[in-house]
Design a protein around this ligand. Sequence first.
Ligand code: NI
Length: 177
Amino acid sequence: MSRVLQICIMFILSVCVSISFKSRFFIYQSMDGVTRIGVSLEPELLNEFDKIIQKKGYVSRSEAIRDLVRDSLAENEWKNDKDFMCGVITMVYDHDTNGLSDKLTEIQHNALQTIATTIHMHLDHDKCLEIIAVQGELGTLKQLTSDLGSIKGVLRCKLTMAAKSTGHLHYIGVRSD
Ligand code: NI
């Protein structure tokens, strides 16, 4: 066998092995149906995360991360500011902050048609938790959350969407559309 022929056979064999490996790898991936990603976290953050997922009863970090991603995607789906939604604004604030109570009351009184009800809970000597059930156009809910969150002394203010709303605000009657 000539040297050239030997080299040709070696080359063809190596291509065949390479294709076979790649196709097996591809089949493995498609049967598995998932793509694995690496996530880098600081040890403290990972430690806290592990504690929480253990408490919640997740069997793996992957399952917990999948849930977080799904939640985030669901919230992102509600992008149309004209959609009529219902949800909850969760606020934590220091009630001792100068002028906070007045501003909070004023903003909430100006949002009568958006706010369905409010729950107030005293957390400790200074801090309060307020849970505000809201419904209205998404843009309005975002604006209200932003207005409340920007008051000095508000430590946390988060809008959580619950669902699309039919828009039936009982205390002001049924929406016309
Ligand atoms: Ni309070």
